[in-house]
Write a protein that binds this ligand. Structure first.
Ligand SMILES: Cc1cc2nc3c(=O)[nH]c(=O)nc-3n(C[C@H](O)[C@H](O)[C@H](O)COP(=O)(O)OP(=O)(O)OC[C@H]3O[C@@H](n4cnc5c(N)ncnc54)[C@H](O)[C@@H]3O)c2cc1C
Length: 187
């Protein structure tokens, strides 16, 4: 049983995964490599003068993996409520987790199949999104949403930040206190 299972390894999902794994939680990421970010040439990401989308996505996945997140390629097909947490059926088997973070970009199919409440998107060209509150909570307890599928502004700095924010909220709930991840510069 994973603590946190994240569907999507674009900026939102990989950012959530690196926070979750760095916090010592058993973290699984499922991704079928259809990130819209792989079409981008990015010059507006704070701290990064310019980078192409495929490289940003590759670095994000590498960071998450280096902190201990397991990344499994393939499509997540269905999510079902289990006795404890959730059971996720994929092309490569079934995985169980206490919390789910949906970071599925343009697709909300998985959320709709699970019965998560959705709504019209407000960003340009984004038709439907998951109806999540400002913490990333959806209409189903234990299922969270981050990034484009959660109706945030479609920019990598914002979707990545939103993934981090939602992961911090899940970590805070798992730990029973607000979670902060600060590393200190050695003098
Ligand atoms: C042409 C183009 C140019 C852009 N240029 C810029 C720019 O210059 N600057 C900027 O800031 N932003 C730009 N963007 C926007 C930016 O890419 C997005 O706003 C944002 O980064 C999306 O991040 P995300 O993690 O929400 O979604 P995505 O990056 O789309 O990631 C979603 C991931 O979820 C996975 N997934 C979905 N469903 C499933 C499933 N059922 N099972 C397994 N995996 C699943 C997909 O495979 C994908 O990898 C551009 C976008 C496009 C299309």
């Amino acid at each position: 049983m994973y603590d946190i299972l994240i569907v999507g390894a674009g900026p939102a999902g990989a950012s959530a995964a690196l926070f979750a794994a760095k916090a010592g939680k058993q973290t699984l990421v499922l991704d079928h490599d259809k990130s819209i970010t792989k079409k981008a040439w990015i010059k507006n990401h704070y701290g990064v003068p310019e980078i192409d989308g495929p490289e940003l996505v590759a670095i994000g996945k590498k960071q998450a993996a280096e902190f201990g997140a397991k990344i499994v390629e393939g499509e997540a097909l269905t999510i079902k409520k289990a006795d404890e947490g959730f059971s996720v059926e994929t092309e490569n088997g079934v995985f169980e987790a206490k919390h789910i973070i949906l970071a599925t970009g343009l697709s909300i199919d998985l959320a709709e199949k699970l019965g998560v409440k959705t709504k019209d998107g407000s960003e340009p060209r984004i038709k439907r999104v998951i109806d999540a509150d400002h913490n990333g909570r959806t209409s189903i307890e234990g299922v969270w949403a981050a990034g484009t599928c959660a109706n945030v502004s479609v920019h990598t700095i914002i979707t990545a930040g939103d993934g981090a924010k939602v992961a911090i909220n899940v970590l805070s709930e798992l730990n029973g206190e607000r979670y902060v991840d600060h590393d200190l510069l050695k003098s």
